[in-house]
Design a protein around this ligand. Structure first.
Ligand SMILES: Cc1cc2nc3c(=O)[nH]c(=O)nc-3n(C[C@H](O)[C@H](O)[C@H](O)COP(=O)(O)O)c2cc1C
Length: 383
């Protein structure tokens, strides 16, 4: 049998503090620290605690060449090698190791920067419910707990050398820019007209042109910038109340300007899914249309392979798309939202995505405002 190490692995010496309450009440030293080695292998997506013998083996097995399992057993002990194979930190060519080997191969095929893969895979949420009481704690509570925040601005010169600029002139974008705000009080009965949804999707996420940069190497022109011109962000729509579109999940196809139906949902199920997607932030759920931004990493990493900046770049791409979406919603007279507090794992399941290939980044949405102010919003107030 041949084995090698998984492609990407980080090991964290984790410290857990334990409070011994009995010792505390007896007036003795009450805090103990437990240290353990935690292996973070992105292809597994879950942490594995390893012991010193297993750690030594992980340090001694290469990730490129396949070597005889028996040789490693002779060096590191059969028990350590067996456990590492069972957890997937080592992979083998044995038929019973096929599933874990395949996950490692998927990771290898995407050209992830190792640290980026670890950050991505170990920062996803599953079934997280934000504590609603704490989601918008008053600033008074925050100040009580953490002290005052860092100042909102800084000055790098306080010697009178700063050049005071003339007031900005008005411009065509002003109305939209000043009216934009994050909506948290959507009208739960409003239906989004199809024409509005169509313009929003096409202008925010659709292709305005296509160019062949080299034989069979195509890029799209969109109305937001994208690293390398690659536009790796896919758009999935959760339609709740879009005129003429049955409630459900869709993939937005940007060159055909079409919604590809994935899963039809009863309205109540669509609402439950919306709630789950945004980790229980119920103020976003009444939006008639939600949009999930998902990076197809292979498209960006094709050019920026194993690249230190690629992960930052794809996150920035999604940020640009969300701002364009906000501005288009504003133009249509509606608030929008974006949130990174999302249950990536639940979204992956709902959309049938592999997180090693498809990176759920954010959820946006928009819809008419209800006019109520149950949840805080930051609208621009003219002086
Ligand atoms: C990356 C990102 C993540 C955000 N996440 C949340 C969130 O989880 N919940 C929420 O209610 N708002 C979220 N927002 C919205 C911000 O709270 C909002 O932009 C900010 O308070 C300023 O208000 P404005 O957008 O109305 O100007 C997020 C915004 C960004 C850019």
């Amino acid at each position: 049998m041949l084995v090698r190490r998984c492609a990407v692995l980080f090991v964290e010496p984790r410290e857990d503090l334990d409070v011994d309450w009995a010792a505390l009440f007896a007036g003795q030293g009450a805090i103990g620290a437990t240290l353990q080695w935690v292996a973070l292998a992105p292809h597994l997506g879950e942490e594995v605690v390893v012991d010193a013998a297993e750690l030594a083996a992980l340090g001694g097995v290469g990730l490129t060449l396949w070597q005889e399992q028996a040789d490693y057993e002779a060096r590191f002990g059969a028990e350590a090698i067996a456990r590492l194979l069972a957890t997937g930190l080592l992979v083998s060519d044995a038929p019973e190791g096929a599933a874990l080997r395949e996950r490692d191969e998927v990771l290898r095929s995407q050209h992830w920067r190792p640290l980026s893969a670890a950050v991505h895979m170990f920062s996803r949420w599953a079934d997280m419910r934000v504590d609603k009481g704490m989601q918008f704690p008053s600033f008074e509570e925050l100040v009580e707990n953490y002290g005052t925040p860092p100042d909102p601005t800084i000055n790098r010169r306080d010697d009178g050398q700063a050049i005071t600029l003339p007031p900005p002139q008005s411009g065509k974008l002003d109305d939209t820019l000043f009216q934009r705000y994050t909506g948290r009080n959507f009208d739960p009965s409003a239906v989004l007209p199809l024409a509005t949804a169509s313009r929003l999707l096409q202008r925010a996420f659709g292709a305005q042109g296509e160019r062949e940069m080299a034989p069979d190497a195509f890029v799209l022109k969109k109305l937001s910038p994208s690293a390398g011109g690659l536009h790796p962000t896919e758009v999935y729509v959760l339609a709740q109340r879009v005129d003429g579109v049955a409630p459900g999940l869709y993939h937005y196809q940007p060159t055909q300007h079409a919604l590809e139906p994935l899963t039809a949902l009863a309205p109540a199920d669509a609402e439950q899914l919306a709630l789950r997607m945004v980790a229980d932030q119920d103020w976003f759920v009444p939006a008639p249309m939600l949009v999930v931004l998902v990076t197809r990493v292979e498209r960006n990493f094709w050019k920026y392979r194993n690249h230190a900046k690629a992960y930052r770049a794809v996150l920035l791409d999604a940020g640009h798309l969300s701002q364009t979406f906000y501005l288009l919603a504003t133009e249509a007279g509606m608030p929008a939202f974006v949130t990174a507090a999302v249950n990536e794992v639940d979204i992956e399941r709902a959309l049938g995505l592999d997180p090693l290939k498809d990176m759920v980044v954010a959820v946006c949405g928009c819809g008419p405002a209800s006019g109520a102010q149950h949840t805080v919003e930051m609208r621009y107030e003219a002086k």
